[in-house]
Design a protein around this ligand. Structure first.
Ligand code: HEC
Ligand code: HEC
Length: 327
């Protein structure tokens, strides 16, 4: 594993400065195939009535005003419970090879069912979520129209949310404009940072349009990562020792917005995260100057944030189950 990494890292030097040969490719704007599903999913993403308390929506922990994450080490869930792990961004999440740090959901639809029923997150059940949604006439009608069914199902709810999430791409970052040929889009320092990012070997794991999200890698390739967080990564699913501490490589798109970093949210500064990565993954001690350049490059990966009118949510009906914020 480690050997092939070094090889891949070494190849970084050979990449010519042509968009098609770069290890990171531009993100394209989202194509909206089914606008009605997207609109419904947008409402549901912002609707706190999908939680037991009536307070927590998907947007609570994946705040689209703050890079699709909550900027907390680990999330706060139902009854102010401490979540087990850092909340990854939902921006560009459709590009992930699978969802969650350990990849236990195969796609966005399967993922969306998780938090609704997680007692530490939204603390609802799928039946309760269906009961709430089907009690609200406008939701019932929207589902009838878009899914051609009289019965509200959890599948329709999670499918609509997933269709909305697929629109949360962040194109036109300065880095992407540079990749597409605009030489002025990056300063010399930022270009040097990108060069260092390649030469140091970061691109072995952070590559593709999302600069990550496409493989599972061990945290602590060269040197072990020290953390109080009990998460075991993929080994939590497979029980295999080789999978211990293997996590989905996070996307580095919009990374300047999604602090604190790593699965345990232990590092608040991008400089620190880059230093940890270089030492633990690659056995490299970077100078403050080199780290500064890589950070300057990473900040050029911030793209256009999702922008739309706040969705107005339909009112509850007389028979809508009531929220239980203090149970
Ligand atoms: C209480 C906070 C909280 C709420 C509410 C919440 N999430 Fe999450 N979300 C998390 C955390 C924490 C993770 C990472 C969990 C893990 O990997 O084990 C996560 C993971 C994800 C991921 C996977 C991203 C990736 O890179 O793997 C997606 C997508 C997502 N959530 C979407 C949603 C949607 C849609 C909703 C609403 C139905 C929602 N979340 C509600 C905290 C939350
Ligand atoms: C061997 C694969 C690998 C290499 C090489 C690698 N990374 Fe990572 N990177 C990961 C993994 C896995 C994580 C998640 C680790 C965790 O959360 O415990 C990560 C996380 C990060 C994060 C935190 C992102 C977040 O949202 O939490 C940053 C920043 C980062 N890497 C930058 C870099 C830089 C810069 C380099 C080169 C110096 C680098 N990485 C090299 C695999 C790698």
């Amino acid at each position: 594993m480690h050997k092939s990494l070094i090889l891949a890292a070494g190849a970084g030097n050979a990449w010519a400065l042509k968009p098609n040969n770069e290890p990171i490719q531009p993100i394209e704007p989202a194509q909206i195939a089914e606008p009605a599903k997207v609109e419904l999913g947008k409402q549901l993403f912002f609707d706190p009535r999908l939680s037991k308390s009536g307070v927590i929506s998907c947007n609570s922990c994946h705040n689209l005003s703050t890079g699709g994450s909550d900027n907390l080490p680990t999330s706060v869930g139902h009854n102010w419970q401490q979540g087990p792990i850092n909340s990854p961004t939902v921006l560009n999440s459709s590009m992930n090879v699978a969802q969650f740090w350990d990849g236990r959901a195969k796609d966005l639809q399967e993922q969306a069912g998780g938090p609704i029923a997680n007692p530490k997150e939204m603390a609802f059940s799928h039946q309760q979520a269906v009961a709430v949604v089907s009690s609200i006439p406008q939701y019932r009608e929207a589902i009838q129209k878009t899914y051609k069914t009289d019965k509200v199902t959890i599948d329709a709810i999670t499918d609509a949310i997933a269709e909305f999430e697929k629109t949360l791409a962040t194109p036109n970052s300065r880095f992407d404009r540079w990749l597409k040929g605009d030489q002025q889009a990056l300063t010399q320092t930022e270009q040097d940072g990108y060069q260092l990012f390649k030469e140091t070997g970061c691109v072995a794991c952070h590559n593709g349009p999302a600069a990550g999200g496409n493989s599972f890698q061990k945290m602590g390739q060269v040197e072990a990562y020290k953390t109080e967080n009990p998460a075991q990564g993929v080994a939590g699913l497979t029980g295999k020792d080789v999978d211990r501490f293997k996590f989905k490589v996070p996307t580095l798109r919009n990374v300047e917005l999604t602090y604190p970093y790593f699965h345990d949210g232990a590092y608040w500064k991008l400089e620190e995260a880059v230093d940890v990565m270089a030492r633990l993954q690659l056995g490299r001690q970077l100078s403050a100057d080199e780290i500064g350049k890589i950070v300057a490059f990473l900040k050029t990966l911030t793209g256009e944030q999702p922008s739309f009118a706040l969705p107005a949510l339909p009112p509850s009906a007389a028979d809508t189950p009531l929220p239980q914020p203090f149970h």
